[in-house]
Design a protein around this ligand. Structure first.
Ligand SMILES: Cc1cc2nc3c(=O)[nH]c(=O)nc-3n(C[C@H](O)[C@H](O)[C@H](O)COP(=O)(O)OP(=O)(O)OC[C@H]3O[C@@H](n4cnc5c(N)ncnc54)[C@H](O)[C@@H]3O)c2cc1C
Length: 451
């Protein structure tokens, strides 16, 4: 009898030990469990005090500043990012313009994200804001205290009939700087160009860096001029004006006249055929065929669909936040910045640099101090417009297209100094300073200011 009792006790002990081991095993293997989500462990919810959706310019900058400023330890932050590579997209114009190599614009994601940060490499498909819950494509379920949405804006090449086919065909004279592979193709096509019509397009706004469709015109124009190639440059824009800020619009209109670049307004590219681009007039809806020897196209762009589906979007599907505090208008623990936000300013990395410190301060006020956010962002954005292979016009403005210039004497015309700032200094600032959370945009180095 005694013997049986001991045997049962031993069995209970074994089962108990096994359970303890299982729990310990689960704890130390949370990363592996993340990978198994959607299969055996779909009911387990992983909690993170701070969740950031998107590891692009905005998501990375927020994570880096939270860690650099000591507001959070990396283990308190989880980034959701399906892409293995982080892209410095402002460099893609330089690839297409023959000023930069593709390698200088891409780095493995794990080399740029703060060390020891938690990463989920499956795309977010849904947020249930009432339950502070995130769902991912692989079936994962996560919860958060504070959430930052930074998913950018996606390029939709397929919405232009025929575009993808000609972009993918290495022999077809169709390219785009809005993708690094097609930007490399643009560089080669301009190098090999032997003369004729070049057609450049711009889709409906908003797009990322609304100046980029023009930058590639001026860069290509200068390269072909230097080679003495007889070319007719035609710019077809969906909008009715050349640029949204009157001062720069005047300068650019004059530039196009001097360079004999023909601007056609209210024309939207709807289809690409063999050496023919089809445009729709935005007033009359009439279609017009234009023949080309080289076509540079810019795709329409849209925010991630889960934002609207989760009830977090504005009418156009951008995360609806307060323009000065970056806090969601309904859910006080949700924040957004960058291209996927509703902030009514031009979508640029420069804008992200100005938005990040405001978002970080307000998120910390809300999370740690339980205080309301403070208004701090006034819409600052900047668009460095290459006007040739050696000059640049630095456009800087804020909400309502009001000028907000840092170096006014150099910004009333094209400048060589600004060219080198953009071509040589900004990529270094991005890869060496921003990724460490030290870059305050035009405010310079943050650690000197005791940020
Ligand atoms: C050709 C070109 C030229 C440009 N030139 C300039 C310039 O000269 N100056 C300037 O300041 N800016 C420029 N920009 C704009 C600048 O690159 C963007 O404004 C900036 O990258 C925005 O940062 P973001 O983090 O909002 O978006 P992104 O940097 O695009 O990052 C978004 C991230 O979210 C991830 N993501 C998307 N959906 C999901 C999901 N469902 N779940 C999880 N993750 C997701 C994506 O994989 C991506 O990594 C240019 C852009 C282009 C394309």
């Amino acid at each position: 009898m005694m013997h049986q009792k001991i045997l049962i006790q031993n069995k209970i002990q074994i089962i108990f030990n096994y359970k303890i081991h299982l729990i310990v095993y689960i704890h130390i293997n949370m990363k592996k469990i993340d990978c198994l989500r959607g299969y055996a462990f779909s009911a387990i919810k992983v909690h993170s005090p701070i969740a950031i959706i998107g590891g692009g310019t905005a998501g990375l900058n927020v994570a880096a500043q939270l860690v650099a400023d000591g507001h959070a330890i990396p283990q308190q932050i989880r980034i959701f990012e399906p892409s293995k590579m982080h892209a410095y997209q402002p460099g893609w114009t330089m690839i297409g313009g023959g000023l930069c190599d593709v390698k200088k614009t891409l780095k493995p994601m794990d080399q740029v994200l703060p060390k020891n940060i938690s990463v989920s490499d499956s795309a977010v498909t849904k947020i249930i804001p009432q339950e502070n819950q995130i769902e991912t494509q692989d079936g994962g379920i996560y919860t958060y205290d504070q959430l930052v949405i930074a998913t950018g804006i996606s390029t939709d090449f397929d919405s232009i009939k025929g575009a993808r086919k000609y972009l993918e065909d290495s022999n077809a004279p169709v390219a785009s700087i809005y993708n690094y592979k097609y930007a490399e193709k643009m560089n080669r096509l301009v190098q090999e160009f032997e003369g004729g019509n070049i057609v450049y397009t711009e889709p409906p706004l908003p797009i990322k860096c609304a100046g980029a469709p023009q930058k590639i015109i001026y860069l290509s124009h200068d390269r072909l001029n230097k080679r003495g190639i007889k070319t007719h440059h035609h710019f077809y824009k969906t909008a009715g004006i050349i640029f949204g800020v009157p001062k720069y619009a005047e300068i650019l209109t004059e530039l196009c006249k001097t360079k004999q670049i023909n601007c056609h307004f209210k024309q939207k590219l709807v289809e690409v055929q063999d050496h023919v681009a089809i445009f729709e007039n935005q007033d009359t809806k009439e279609l017009k065929s234009v023949t080309f020897d080289l076509l540079h196209l810019v795709p329409p762009q849209t925010p991630a669909q889960f934002i609207a589906k989760s009830g977090l979007g504005d009418q156009a599907g951008f995360t609806q936040v307060h323009p000065n505090t970056l806090q969601h208008v309904t859910y006080k623990n949700i924040w957004s910045l960058g291209d996927c936000s509703s902030l009514p300013t031009s979508k640029t990395a420069a804008a992200v640099m100005a938005q990040t410190p405001v978002l970080v301060k307000n998120l910390i006020r809300s999370w740690k101090l339980k205080q309301d956010p403070l208004p701090g962002y006034l819409g600052y954005t900047s668009c460095p417009i290459f006007t040739s292979q050696s000059k640049l016009l630095l456009a800087e403005f804020k909400y309502n297209s009001e000028l907000d210039e840092t170096f006014p004497i150099f910004q009333s015309n094209e400048s060589r100094l600004m060219f080198h700032l953009k071509k040589d200094f900004f990529p270094i600032a991005y890869w060496q300073i921003m990724v460490r959370g030290w870059w305050g945009g035009r405010d310079g180095l943050r650690f000197f200011k005791g940020a």
